[in-house]
Write a protein that binds this ligand. Structure first.
Ligand SMILES: C[S@@+](CC[C@H](N)C(=O)[O-])C[C@H]1O[C@@H](n2cnc3c(N)ncnc32)[C@H](O)[C@@H]1O
Length: 274
């Protein structure tokens, strides 16, 4: 007899009823925008703009986005829009979206400096004020997908993408979310949260979101996506990270610190690259 899955096995959840997390996270980014930019400017800089994750693995190495020339691309949580500007330089039509006016101010300066055609929009990734089926690719590297309720953003990305379009994003791995302590300042070798029911991850000044692996897959599938790949970069294999403490790097040599999801919207239309 096949056992019937209990709700905890199926990971079915609803979006957080309230959206206080958006207010909390926006306040955080308004407050820390300058410090973040000062600290990471050189790591995120123009030369490495198209790079993924803590170790800044170049897009040319991973080829997660595929060809970009002529494609309509949305960056969710673009920050200073370094990725967006670089992609537009390769011939893509890019919209950079962020909910922080301080972050967007930096993006505006970058766009003006580069004389880039990137269009910037101030809005939350949970409610994007753009037409349905208007993008071939929606992506972010530790952008809004980390800070937003996936039960709102995944349907929103599905709405915004054309059939065959790709959603690609780097964020924490579910395992890492379990291993961060509740103050969010230390990753350890014990789990501090339950796996089942993993959803809103409350930290002292911010709110992150995470799902169990099965929860992500259920959510993608129920919004018309198929999973193309899940990349779990092992730290310390390619290069030293300038984001991580040595403790975090050592942790990331043993377990996946981050997850880069690549999912494709099903349906016929201009096919996205494999
Ligand atoms: C860690 S930063 C990464 C930015 C960019 N990927 C970079 O490398 O500079 C996260 C960005 O997501 C934005 N963000 C967070 N939650 C958001 C939301 N709900 N809607 C739009 N942007 C959001 C923040 O304002 C911030 O600019």
């Amino acid at each position: 007899m096949t056992p019937r899955p209990r709700p905890s096995d199926r990971h079915r959840r609803r979006p957080a009823r309230r959206t206080d997390h958006v207010r909390t996270n926006r306040a955080l980014w308004e407050r820390q925008s300058d410090a973040y930019d000062r600290r990471f400017r050189s790591v995120l800089g123009e030369k490495n703009a198209e790079s993924w994750g803590f170790e800044r693995i170049p897009e040319v190495e991973l080829n997660l986005l595929g060809p970009v020339e002529g494609r309509d691309i949305l960056e969710l949580g673009c920050g200073a829009a370094r990725w967006s500007i670089s992609l537009a330089g390769r011939g893509a039509n890019v919209v950079g979206l962020d909910f922080s006016s301080a972050q967007l101010e930096k993006a505006r300066k970058g766009v003006a400096r580069a004389r880039s055609p990137v269009r910037l929009i101030e809005a939350s990734a949970e409610r994007v004020p753009l037409r349905s089926a208007s993008f071939d690719l929606v992506f972010c590297d530790w952008g809004a997908m980390t800070f937003c309720d996936p039960y709102r953003t995944v349907p929103e990305c599905s709405r915004l993408l054309r059939p065959g379009g790709l959603l690609v994003f780097a964020t924490a791995s579910p395992i890492a979310s379990l291993a961060w302590n509740r103050a969010g300042d230390r990753i350890g070798t014990r789990f501090t949260r339950d796996y089942f029911g993993l959803h809103q991850v409350e930290l002292p000044n911010e709110v992150n979101f995470q799902l169990p692996y099965g929860g992500w897959i259920d959510l993608f599938r129920s919004n018309g996506f198929e999973v193309v790949s899940l990349l779990e970069p092992q730290m310390g294999r390619r290069r030293r990270s300038r984001y991580l403490s040595s403790r975090e790097s050592r942790w990331g040599e043993r377990w996946p610190l981050e997850a880069i999801w690549r999912v494709r919207k099903l349906g016929t239309g201009s096919p996205a690259p494999p």
